[in-house]
Design a protein around this ligand. Sequence first.
Ligand code: PMP
Length: 435
Amino acid sequence: ARVETVTSPSLSADDITSLDASLLWHPYGAFPASTTPLVVAEASGTRLTLADGRELVDGMSSWWAAVHGYRHPVLDAAATAQLGRMSHVMFGGLTHEPAARLAQLLVEITPDGLDKVFLADSGSVSVEVAVKMCLQYWRSRGRPERHRLLTWRGGYHGDTFAPMSVCDPDGGMHSLWTDVLARQVFAGPPPREFDPRYVAEFERLVAAHTGELAAVIVEPVVQGAGGMRFHDPRYLSELRRICDEHGLLLVFDEIATGFGRTGELFAADHAGTRPDIMCVGKALTGGYLTLAATLCSTDVAETISAGDAGGLMHGPTFMANPLACAVAVASIELLLSRDWRGEVEDVRRGLESGLAPAWELPGVRDVRVLGAIGVIELSEPVDMRAATDAAVAAGTWLRPFRNLIYAMPPYVCTSEDVRKITTGMLAAARTSTRG
Ligand code: PMP
């Protein structure tokens, strides 16, 4: 049978730029926009090809996600095969193989005790679901007053309202909303090195609020978009102990750290810690499609289900999208079939040696590397445009923010790719430290 296709006339790069400028919001964007986005024509492997032919090594993995690089043949094949079956069906009253296989895989590879899987459609929604789980858990147990969350300052958990309420409250990106956000309880961010005094202080805060707390929610090992801070994994074991002693649920947001980024499959694995609820997203589909998951313990699931509502009150239209689930299964299997630890370690070594000269630059406060994450922290905010332009001129794609120039490259980067990325980071840092 002849397949009718609808093809739009192709747009020139200038057409795209002008339509974009007049019609499209970008992340945290404004009209008129202060900068013009680069037009990407193609992305393949570790490279973005711009409409004008320039090729950039991607230092961002599309915000932590594209761990295998772009247009990976295995992921392309998984998507194509699934398109031949169905791209989407509703998940109310129906189920399918991609969701079943993905749930089985996730339960298998995440820390023990995470046994039930909610398939959400973005990281923020998976955090919304985690927060709902915590609150519904305590409602089911007849303790609705336990509805506040305790978190670390300097965190980032997403842009919808429940996640925003646990983001960094101090002049952070969501401070516009402080007056209407749920009032949560904040502890200081954990120091990089392990300090028992910090733990004691944290414990005092928990004790002061126990009766109203539902859960502790944190980003384990790396606080990402809130400042790219790292901390000793022993804090996670202490959180587990404190939550057990005070009867609190423990939620790990592994949306950024999951699937190998920090050198362990999940950041929780650095400490062998088992949260009650865990969120994953971003690299779940190798960055191909929008999908996230909230995993929880059987106890959390059964307690919620025994409550008056009779179930977890969340059910998005695109829940468990089969296309995204099929690619997620392929992406996880691909990751596990490769020497991902070796790849992440190679990227780590490349970042460490490539960033060493940053210590010599004026205005550099810290240089840190963990797994496949490299950060140059400056004492002053970067001029984002100048820093991005310098990185692009050096042939790399980076997205500096505040006083941070950072990269989390695809794991499949060659040492030459990583060298290019660190060169771009140094060039970006020099724009801010000049004079
Ligand atoms: N939690 C963390 C730790 C994140 O890094 C992000 C995304 N930057 C989110 C939640 C929100 O995910 P999404 O952007 O997919 O909604």
